[in-house]
Design a protein around this ligand. Structure first.
Ligand code: NAP
Ligand code: FE
Length: 366
C-alpha cells in the first residue's frame, strides 16, 4: 500500500509568470509578498511579480526581511504585517528561507490565536494560499508541506501540514541565474541529499517516489559538475531546478534522515549553508546506515556505484574544507540535541549519542 499526494499546480519555463498572470487573482484579494533581503530583487522575480499584481489591480504589501534559517521572531513580524494589511494570500519569492517563512506566516495569520510553537503540535491547520516562486534550486519547498524555522534558542526544527503545500509554484530558471557559486553548490547538494535520504527512507516501497529519486539523483550527478563552472547557463540551470523539484516531491512523501538533523546545528550556530551542512555529515551517516543495511544504501544512491564514489563526488567540490572544527563543548551539546531528533527513527542503524560525538569531533579534520 502506498499513497501519493501533491496539491501544488506547477508552471515551469522561461517567462512563466507573465504567461500565467491570472493565477495571481484567483487565490485571494490582497497579497503579502514575502522575500529575503536582496535576491528577490536581484533575480528579477520581485519586479516581475509586482508588475503583474499592479497590472491586475491586486493590492499588496511587502515583507522583505526574511533571513537565512528564518527565526520565529521574523515569522511573527511578517504575521503582524500580514494582519495589519489584511492580506488573504501570500506570494513567496526566494530560496527555501523566504518560502518556509511564508508558509508559517500564512498559517499563523489564518489562525490568529496561535503562536509559532503551536505550528509544531501536529495539527493540520488551515493556511492562506501560498504562491511560490523559488530563486534557488535546492530545498524543494515549492512542492513540500514543510517549513523549517529556528526557535528563540537557535534550534532549527521543521513542521509540516497539507495547507503548507504551495497552491501554485512558478519555476522559471531565469530567476536562479544570479546565484553565486557558493549558493549554487550548497542548494544543489541539499537537493542531492533530499533525493538520496528520501529514497533511503522509501527503500523502493513507493514506486513513484523511487522513480522521482532515480531521476533527480541522475540529473544532479550529471549536471552539477558542469553547472558549477557555467553558472549563467540557462539550460543547465533549468535541469537543476527540475531535479530539485523532483527531490522535493520525494521528501514530501518520506521526510529526511539523520543527515538533516546532524546538519541543523552547523547552520544555526556556525552559519554553514544548509546544503553544505548536509554534505559534510552525509558520508558518516550513510556509512552507519550501510553497517545496518548495506543493500539499502547501495540501491538508494544509484547511479553512484558505492559510497566511495559519492564521497569522491562531494570531495570534487571540496566540501569537507567548508566544515568547521567544533569545540568539545559544541560536540557534546549538539550530540545531545541531534541524538534526540525525530529523524533518527527513520534512519536505519543505531544513531546514538556516541555516534554523533564521533561525527562532530571528526568534522573539518579529514
Ligand atoms: P536561502 O537561505 O533561502 O538563501 C541563501 C542565500 O542565497 C541568501 O543569501 C539568499 O539571498 C541567496 N539567494 C537566493 N536566491 C538567490 C538568487 N537567485 N541569486 C542570488 N542569491 C540568491 O537558501 P536555500 O538553501 O534555498 O534555503 C535554505 C533553507 O530552507 C534552510 O532554512 C533549510 O532548513 C530550509 N529547507 C526547507 C525545506 C522544505 O521542505 N521546506 C527542505 C530543505 C531545506 P536573500 O537573503 O537576499 O534572499
Ligand atoms: Fe534540506
Amino acid at each position: 500500500m502506498w499513497r501519493y499526494f501533491l496539491p501544488t499546480r506547477i508552471f515551469s519555463g522561461s517567462g512563466v509568470l507573465k504567461s500565467n498572470q491570472t493565477v495571481f487573482k484567483e487565490n485571494g484579494t490582497k497579497a503579502l509578498v514575502v522575500t529575503g533581503r536582496s535576491s528577490a530583487r536581484l533575480s528579477g522575480a520581485l519586479d516581475d511579480a509586482i508588475e503583474i499584481l499592479k497590472n491586475l489591480d491586486v493590492p499588496y504589501a511587502l515583507f522583505d526581511e526574511v533571513e537565512e534559517n528564518p527565526s520565529f521572531a521574523t515569522v511573527e513580524k511578517g504575521g503582524r504585517i500580514m494582519e495589519e494589511n489584511d492580506c488573504d494570500f501570500v506570494v513567496a519569492i526566494g530560496g527555501g528561507s523566504p518560502l518556509d517563512a511564508a508558509k508559517a506566516i500564512s498559517a499563523l495569520n489564518k489562525n490568529r490565536e496561535i503562536t509559532c510553537d503551536d505550528l509544531y503540535r501536529g495539527d493540520s491547520l488551515v493556511a492562506f494560499p501560498i504562491i511560490a516562486i523559488p530563486t534557488t534550486s535546492g530545498t524543494g519547498s515549492e512542492v513540500t508541506p514543510y517549513s523549517i524555522l529556528t526557535d528563540g534558542n537557535g534550534i532549527k526544527k521543521g513542521f509540516g501540514m497539507p495547507s503548507a503545500f504551495p497552491i501554485v509554484s512558478f519555476l522559471d530558471a531565469g530567476y536562479t541565474l544570479t546565484m553565486s557559486r557558493e549558493v549554487t553548490l550548497a542548494t544543489a547538494l541539499d537537493a542531492l541529499s533530499h533525493s538520496l535520504e528520501g529514497e533511503i527512507v522509501n527503500n523502493g516501497y513507493n514506486p513513484l517516489v523511487k522513480m522521482l529519486s532515480v531521476e533527480s539523483t541522475g540529473i544532479i550527478y550529471r549536471v552539477l559538475p558542469r553547472l558549477i563552472d557555467r553558472e549563467r547557463d540557462f539550460a543547465l540551470r533549468e535541469k537543476m531546478q527540475y531535479a530539485a523539484m523532483l527531490a522535493g516531491m520525494v521528501i514530501a512523501h518520506t521526510g529526511t534522515t539523520a543527515v538533516h538533523a546532524a546538519g541543523y546545528p552547523l547552520s544555526s550556530f556556525k552559519g554553514v549553508k544548509h546544503g553544505i551542512a548536509n554534505a559534510v555529515t552525509m558520508i558518516k551517516v550513510f556509512e552507519r546506515i550501510a553497517q545496518a543495511d548495506p543493500e539499502r544504501i547501495a540501491r538508494a544512491i544509484e547511479p553512484f556505484k558505492d559510497l566511495g564514489e559519492l564521497e569522491d563526488f562531494l570531495d570534487s567540490f571540496r566540501v569537507q574544507e567548508m566544515a568547521p572544527i567544533l569545540t568539545e563543548e559544541e560536540v557534546q551539546r549538539w550530540s545531545e540535541l541531534s541524538s534526540k531528533a525525530s529523524h533518527n527513527k527513520k534512519t536505519p542503524g543505531d544513531l546514538d549519542r556516541d555516534f554523533y560525538v564521533e561525527l562532530y569531533r571528526g568534522l573539518g579534520k579529514r
